[in-house]
Design a protein around this ligand. Structure first.
Ligand SMILES: Cc1cc2nc3c(=O)[nH]c(=O)nc-3n(C[C@H](O)[C@H](O)[C@H](O)COP(=O)(O)OP(=O)(O)OC[C@H]3O[C@@H](n4cnc5c(N)ncnc54)[C@H](O)[C@@H]3O)c2cc1C
Length: 483
């Protein structure tokens, strides 16, 4: 009899693990609490326009997601951001182009015009001196992004360039996000090159492309990815169950009344018990720890805390011909503490993606200039705007960022979407804790813990972490690999 594998969680990590176990000839059952698969890759309709409601793009750096997408027959749906548009950084210095070729907000050329405009001359000179500093300054295990960056490049770079990226991309506070987890590449690059600026140059390879454009997406939405994985898994005979919340896992070696055959674990949902010879927990770390508390207390205790950061998204479809000029390019990230703006980021989706602009035009032929905007809220430690006020707040923030007044009369439709468990904050010490956890897992070959809290933020990190289990890692696949 082939092994019975139960996967808990049907986000990208769980779907990929299910695919791997199915390919190995196992009987795969995937249990997902939500009514649909995909987790933080999802879609919704706003004013007749289909949009990505969670992840909206993936990094193309290592080519891992492009390869996955091709293997699923989705290559014809791959789209690139509109060419020639730069993103913006909004800070106390104003709204400026994001420096091209930067990584985690760290500029490759601190004295270049774009970085100088955001940092001012004193801030740019301070950052430009970084390669002259001793290599070990700020480079200690467990240091936060804030500690490493402000020590090496100065407080202005930390506040105006790096904090917007950390808040917008990682939904984290630079003071509590571990540097080595935020960017394993830069952490390794600092050790190798003795300087963050030199590491950014080496890693970016002199690319002058602006931040946010080294990505691809799928048309009509990113949800095409989990949908294709779901179709392939179902065709292959996997048992995929939605609205199936796992409530407990017990050591099943003794069997039970409901599960008479001996299995390593018994997995319980509200309605049944399933035997599992192999178990993949591809859910949040706090849930994985509580599910394993009884069956494997030693491992459960070793799962690091990675608190959830709540992200509240507001999608706006507006009729605003002034936005036809794409005033902030593909969008903007906002530095914490920027007066008058509560959003941490804005994506001008109809500027960034031609297919979104076409969809908005097709849904609103009567409109003079239909546009789709996506604003995000929720910095750690800050109160979220209330749901009932947030559309008005989003219109005000979008007006300030885009330099165009948008009011309720311009609104064709809106949606408010909460993600309260999907983004995890890696606290200082996270990487060390993951290394200890990985060592414990080596003694438990039938148990896997997957997900972005282990692999790193983003779809690319999850796919690369999965690829290390399918084929041996290469030098290019270091970022995001489970420590
Ligand atoms: C708003 C937002 C925007 C993002 N934008 C981007 C982007 O543009 N590009 C990018 O690369 N990344 C982006 N990310 C990050 C990326 O989407 C995530 O890192 C990734 O999708 C996480 O996948 P995962 O499988 O680890 O977790 P999840 O997608 O969170 O999946 C975990 C699954 O487990 C399920 N689950 C939980 N409890 C149980 C239970 N008891 N029983 C059964 N199932 C359970 C959940 O319902 C969920 O479906 C974004 C994330 C968010 C929230």
């Amino acid at each position: 009899m082939s092994a019975r594998t139960v996967v808990v969680g049907g986000g990208l990590a769980g779907l990929l693990a299910a695919r791997r176990h199915l390919a190995a000839g196992e009987q795969v059952t995937l249990l997902e609490a939500a009514p649909v698969l995909g987790g933080a890759i999802a879609r919704t309709e706003v004013a007749g326009v289909e949009i990505s409601s969670g992840a909206e793009a993936y990094s193309t750096g290592a080519g891992a997601v492009d390869a996955l997408v091709a293997s699923l027959g989705l290559s014809a749906q791959v789209v690139e951001p509109r060419a020639g548009l730069a993103s913006r950084i909004v800070s106390e210095a104003g709204v400026h182009r994001a420096p091209a070729g930067s990584l985690l907000g760290i500029p490759a050329r601190p004295l270049g015009r774009e970085a100088r405009t955001v940092l001012g001359l004193p801030g740019a000179l301070r950052a430009a001196a970084e390669p002259l500093l001793p290599a070990r300054l700020g480079h200690r295990p467990g240091a936060s992004v804030e500690q490493v960056v402000s020590r090496r490049l100065g407080r202005r770079t930390a506040r105006r360039l790096v904090a917007p990226v950390v808040g917008g991309v990682h939904s984290a506070d630079p003071r509590t996000l571990e540097f080595a987890t935020a960017s394993p590449q830069l952490h390794a690059g600092l050790a190798r090159h003795g300087s963050l600026v030199r590491a950014v140059r080496a890693l970016r390879g002199g690319s002058s492309r602006t931040a946010g454009t080294r990505v691809h997406s799928l048309s009509p939405t990113m949800a095409a990815l989990p949908e294709a994985l779901e179709a392939e898994l179902r065709d292959g005979g996997a048992d995929l169950r939605t609205s199936a919340e796992v409530t407990g896992i017990t050591d099943g070696t003794a069997g039970s009344a409901a599960v008479p055959e001996c299995a390593r674990w018994t997995v319980r949902t509200g309605v049944e018990e399933l035997p599992a010879d192999r178990l993949v927990l591809a859910c949040a770390p706090d849930l994985a720890a509580s599910l394993l508390a009884e069956a494997d207390p030693e491992l459960a205790a070793a799962i690091p805390e990675a608190p959830a950061a709540t992200v509240r998204l507001v999608a706006l479809v507006v009729d605003a011909p002034a936005l036809d000029a794409f005033p902030v390019g593909t969008g903007a990230l906002v530095a914490p503490g920027t007066a008058g703006i509560r959003a941490k980021g804005l994506t001008h989706a109809s500027a960034k993606w031609a297919h979104v602009q076409q969809a908005a035009g097709a849904a609103h032929p009567e409109a003079a200039g239909p546009h789709v905007l996506r604003l995000s809220y929720g910095r750690p430690g800050e109160e979220l705007p209330a749901r009932e006020d947030i559309v008005a707040q989003a219109l005000a923030d979008a007006s300030a960022i885009l330099g165009t007044e948008l009011t309720a009369t311009d609104l064709l439709g809106s949606a408010v979407l909460d993600w309260d468990r999907a983004m995890r904050q890696a606290r200082p010490g996270h990487r060390g804790a993951l290394a200890a956890l990985t060592a414990l897992l080596e003694d438990r070959p039938a148990l896997e813990l997957r997900g972005s809290w282990r692999a790193g933020t983003g779809l690319d990190a999850i796919v690369r972490a999965e690829n290390t289990l399918i084929s041996p890692p290469t030098d290019a696949s270091t970022e995001g690999r489970p420590a």
